[in-house]
Design a protein around this ligand. Structure first.
Ligand code: GLN
Length: 204
């Protein structure tokens, strides 16, 4: 039986996530069918969910207006994995410090949009990420990334320049950077299959 993975596709870098999910599943010996989520009714069938980068104001507006927001909350409440990157992390956070972003309050962190690279909008950094399959640094790509200012109940998986940049809160993993833009699928594997400490049911 294949897993069903949803990628929130109202806006942002969707196809890259789909490809990374396929690689991570294959690396884990699982077959997966990836569905793009643009309307309500798809998320309830998904075992795994990714919320990509893009523009957090647009993503938050559309997930609410399309009736997807409540389904994402239900997915997480059922203990199923959600991986949120960059703008996705902003939308999944508990506070984005910007009233135009209606957050989903799924990762107990406060973020500040576009604050990471004030001097340098985009950069790549080798990151030590706890919980990866090996000790190789992860090539993290930051693009107008949010700073995580305040970590409440979430666990920090990686930091850069003294700022947390990867966090886990139960079945939800969020990164300030874009693992889907590399060919390295280890963080997708970590988010979806290495769920130690999270109350994630066994996927069949
Ligand atoms: N700067 C974007 C925002 O605040 C996020 C950028 C990204 O996802 N790469 O929504």
């Amino acid at each position: 039986m294949s897993l069903i993975a949803g990628v929130v596709a109202v806006q942002g870098d969707v196809s890259e996530h789909a490809a990374a999910i396929e690689r991570a599943s294959a690396a884990h010996g699982e077959s997966v069918e990836v569905r793009e989520v643009r309307e309500s009714g798809i998320v309830p069938d998904c075992d795994l969910l990714a919320m990509p980068g893009g523009e957090s104001t647009t993503i938050s507006r559309l997930v609410h207006s399309e009736g997807i927001a409540g389904e994402i909350r239900d997915h997480v409440a059922a203990g199923k994995p959600l991986f949120a990157t960059c703008a996705g992390l902003i939308v999944a956070s508990s506070d984005a410090g910007d009233e135009r972003v209606e957050t989903l309050d799924l990762i107990d962190v406060t973020v500040e949009r576009n604050a990471f690279g004030r001097q340098k909008d985009s950069f790549e950094a080798p990151l030590e990420v706890s919980g990866l399959a090996d000790d190789e640094p992860f090539p993290a790509v930051f693009i107008r990334a949010p700073v995580i200012d305040d970590v409440g109940g979430a666990a920090v998986l990686a930091s850069w320049d003294e700022n947390p940049v990867a966090v886990r809160d139960g079945p939800v993993v969020g990164t300030s950077f874009h693992p889907e833009l590399t060919t390295d699928e280890r963080i997708h594997e970590l988010a979806f299959f290495e769920t130690e400490g999270a109350s994630v049911p066994e996927l069949e």
